[in-house]
Design a protein around this ligand. Structure first.
Ligand SMILES: Cc1cc2nc3c(=O)[nH]c(=O)nc-3n(C[C@H](O)[C@H](O)[C@H](O)COP(=O)(O)OP(=O)(O)OC[C@H]3O[C@@H](n4cnc5c(N)ncnc54)[C@H](O)[C@@H]3O)c2cc1C
Length: 408
């Protein structure tokens, strides 16, 4: 925790919240993430009594799950200083990037429900805000086994159409298909934001979006995914076999509505903007580990820190981290104030910059640790693995860059 916060004009309330969240993140989230990462079987991460639930409940008790939900359903979104959400989420990313992603994705279906003027969906959003135990958990189900980058670059090509289809019959949609094992919170989620093909002949331009509970007949889950980085983040597939979903859950029921929003890049800017904050936190964490180690480790009769090449490397890493934090904050503050016309290229650029910086800084930190950087006893190798995953998460960086160029 060596970083000075040089953003001025932070309210007293935000400073107090940040202090409380910093304590929670370092005392609960960081150690839980390290412990969960070491579990050999991802089933153990989500087992009753696992530290994952302690993290989720602590987050709920502090009301942090409502950061993106509006006041009329009990959320904090419109009452807070705009900088607060950024600082708090960066701090959670600092503690553990995979858990921070899980916690932020958890609100997605409920935040969307809050925007829909249907009494049942409004109540769902209110129930989420009141849930202090983690009984309601959301996910964003978009990627499919045969369609990953197609969601970003597929366009109107019918060959790229989603495999998961929703067909309207009377008052219900009949949903068939599979969302891939990459869905974050996939096996623990109670509700999903689900992207479907309403008209496969229009490729990705024929999509609709549903908000739905995942306990309906015909919906099942795969096994938790075993992977290299962000191991504390639960991921898994969701399978639909003739699932009958009430019509009102299809909250974007006409592709043209989604295509209009996609032209503005609202969804892309929101999700990439959120990931960028968390990964800026991870970049800062990797730097702090390296600085602390360099000041303790003795080689050549003095600390590593006293050797000029190490000082040069540390200052370069520090510059990279601060540049990312500044860009991410600036972009997110702008987009929060301009939700209908967000700065999309800025948001994607910030995601790419933050994830690449987190990976580079974690790699440089490993170099400063020498052989110990590879040892599981220290957390730097975990940070490197967590950072590396983020260059694929939320869209592969190259594919995102191709997409974002259209918004320049
Ligand atoms: C940690 C993590 C969390 C995730 N969370 C979620 C989640 O919550 N919900 C969810 O739905 N998904 C999630 N994903 C999935 C993620 O969005 C996909 O992995 C990503 O979009 C890439 O899809 P893919 O893995 O199928 O790769 P592919 O699409 O198969 O791409 C493989 C490679 O080919 C390149 N490529 C593919 N198509 C093109 C093209 N047309 N032109 C040029 N290059 C191309 C890509 O850039 C990439 O390098 C997550 C992934 C990770 C790693």
């Amino acid at each position: 925790m060596n970083h000075r916060n040089i953003d001025i004009n932070i309210s007293k309330e935000t400073a107090a919240m940040l202090k409380e969240v910093t304590q929670f993140s370092l005392q609960v989230v960081r150690p839980a993430g390290i412990e969960l990462d070491k579990l050999p079987d991802p089933e153990q991460v989500i087992a009753p009594g696992s530290r994952l639930w302690e993290v989720i409940q602590g987050h709920r008790e502090m009301g942090l799950h409502t950061l993106y939900l509006p006041k009329h359903v009990g959320g904090l979104a419109d009452g807070l200083d705009p900088m607060a959400t950024l600082l708090l989420n960066e701090q959670l990313g600092y503690a553990d990037a995979g858990l921070a992603i899980s916690l932020s994705v958890a609100c997605m279906p409920f935040a969307l429900a809050a925007l829909i003027p249907d009494p049942e969906l409004q109540q769902l959003a209110r129930d989420f805000c009141e849930d202090k135990k983690g009984q309601l958990i959301g996910c964003w189900a978009i990627t499919e086994p045969d369609h990953g980058t197609d969601w970003f670059l597929g366009g109107a090509n019918p060959k790229c159409a989603p495999g998961l289809t929703a067909e309207l019959k009377g008052d219900e949609y009949i949903i068939n298909g599979e969302k891939s094992s990459w869905v974050s919170n996939g096996t623990i989620a109670t509700h999903a934001v689900l992207h479907v093909a309403l008209d496969p002949s229009r490729g990705m331009h024929g999509q609709g979006v549903a908000v739905l509970p995942l306990n309906l007949p015909g919906i099942s889950k795969g096994k938790p995914l075993d992977k290299m980085g962000q191991r504390a983040l639960n991921q898994g597939s969701i399978i639909f076999q003739d699932a009958r979903v009430p019509k009102k859950y299809m909250v974007i029921a006409h592709p043209d509505l989604l295509n209009e929003a996609a032209k503005r890049g609202t969804g892309l800017a929101t999700v990439n903007g959120g990931t960028a904050i968390i990964m800026a936190g991870l970049a800062r964490a990797a730097f702090d580990e390296a600085l602390e180690y360099a000041k303790k480790r003795i080689q050549g009769g003095t600390t590593l820190f006293e050797h000029a090449p190490i000082k040069l490397k540390l200052l370069r890493m520090f510059s990279q981290v601060e540049a990312v934090r500044a860009a991410v904050r600036r972009m997110n503050l702008y987009n929060r104030q301009n939700p209908m016309a967000p700065a999309v290229a800025h948001a994607v650029a910030a995601k790419i910059l933050a994830t690449e910086t987190a990976t580079d800084v974690a790699s440089d930190a490993m170099q400063i640790f020498g052989g110990y950087g590879l040892a599981r006893e220290f957390s730097i190798e975990k940070m490197f693995r967590d950072a590396r995953a983020s260059m694929i998460e939320d869209g592969v960086n190259d594919a995102l860059a191709i997409k974002a160029a259209d918004f320049l």
